[in-house]
Design a protein around this ligand. Structure first.
Ligand code: UFG
Length: 329
């Protein structure tokens, strides 16, 4: 299948490019390189430096390469920044997706896989979180993605040939086994890379944000899914997707780990002592988030290979320790 991957130079997108290409698909990447790394895209994959708002250019690329399906990863991802700069998030994540969808409509491309997020659930009323759990985002990032979910439902209702999957990601981590690509966000806000930076001495320590949550050890609990497992679901999904379908799946392994457990597992995976500071809560962090992922497993036949967080962290350590400066300066 001819697949356009947006954000293919980013962390998750670059893993998806390799997974889709390995599965035999013909992949074209667009990325504006505002955060992505050109080196993350293999040389033999066609690459265009294009922004999502360039509807006409995207239409042209879709037509030129006879694209049959789009995987849409390009987005801003920082919850805290979205609270400070809501318009930036709605412009990039919501209006950006609309521009892409318009280009697809014009070019007659009818299959779409969307990166949604567990942040659309906000502070959930229940854990594990099911796809049917009430969605009620608590920040502009979550809203910017939930709006796109609604837009997709509306397009599908109006256009019977259109089919889409929205994957709601939990905490994505790790790096691919050959160590060639990995996570390099600037600035980095995520727990696992920052814990590993502390292990490498790239930061002095790691601060645990809050120790008084109503969880077993008082620190926040999250569901860490390996990036290669996550993108595998996308490839299975795009191959199975049929006209008229509108599908929603949680992607998490279905088990939560606390911040303290992540630090302990990181010490084991890296073999390094990690200096820890116990600090105040970070605003907007729900106590406990983990997925029920039975739907993706049963309907897609998705089988995550990384069910032990220490292996996820070991794969991240493999990348970070070999690339202390990520993709370089
Ligand atoms: N944390 C720390 N110290 C740090 C960084 C994080 O204690 O230096 C804690 C956070 O408070 C949180 C947990 O580690 O409890 C995980 O934090 P991350 O920043 O790694 O990830 P989040 O759970 O906040 O967010 C992730 C994605 C978002 C997405 C969300 C969905 O980064 O894009 O999951 O649940 F919206």
């Amino acid at each position: 299948m001819n697949i356009l991957i947006t954000g293919g130079a980013g962390y998750i997108g670059s893993h998806a490019v390799r997974k889709a290409a390995t599965a035999g698909h013909s992949v074209v990447v667009i990325d504006n390189l505002s955060y992505g790394h050109r080196q993350a895209v293999p040389g033999m994959v066609l690459f265009y430096q294009v922004d999502l708002k360039e509807t006409d250019r995207i239409e042209e690329i879709l037509r030129k390469h006879k694209i049959e399906a789009v995987m849409h990863f390009a987005a801003l991802i920082s919850v805290g920044e979205s609270v400070q700069k809501p318009l930036l998030y709605y412009r990039n994540n919501t209006a950006g997706a609309m521009s892409l969808l318009e280009a697809m409509e014009r070019a007659g491309v009818m299959r779409f896989v969307f990166s949604s997020t567990a942040a659309t659930y906000g502070e959930p009323e229940e854990v594990p979180i099911f796809e049917t759990t009430k969605q009620s985002p608590i920040n502009p990032y979550g809203h910017s993605k939930l709006f796109v979910e609604q837009i997709l439902k509306d397009i599908a209702a109006a256009q019977p040939q259109f089919g889409f999957i929205a994957f709601r990601y939990f905490n994505v981590a790790g790096a691919t086994a050959d160590g060639l690509i990995g996570e390099d966000h600037r600035p980095e806000t995520h727990l696992i890379p920052n814990v590993l930076y502390a292990a490498m001495g790239k930061r002095e320590n790691i601060t645990v944000f809050g120790t008084d949550y109503p969880t077993a050890d008082g620190t926040c609990v999250r569901d860490y899914v390996h990036v290669d497992d996550l993108v595998a679901a996308h490839v299975i999904g795009i191959e199975k997707l049929r006209a008229g379908e509108g599908l929603f799946y949680n992607l998490g392994i279905g088990r939560g780990y606390s911040v303290k457990e992540i630090i302990d597992a990181s010490q084991k995976a890296s073999g390094k002592e990690i200096p820890v500071i116990f600090g105040a809560r970070r605003e907007g962090d729900p106590a406990e988030l983990y997925a029920d992922s039975a739907k993706a497993r049963s309907e897609l036949g998705w089988q995550p290979q990384f069910t032990d967080v220490e292996r996820v962290i070991a794969s991240a350590w493999n990348w970070h320790s070999a690339h202390p400066n990520g993709y370089g300066d």
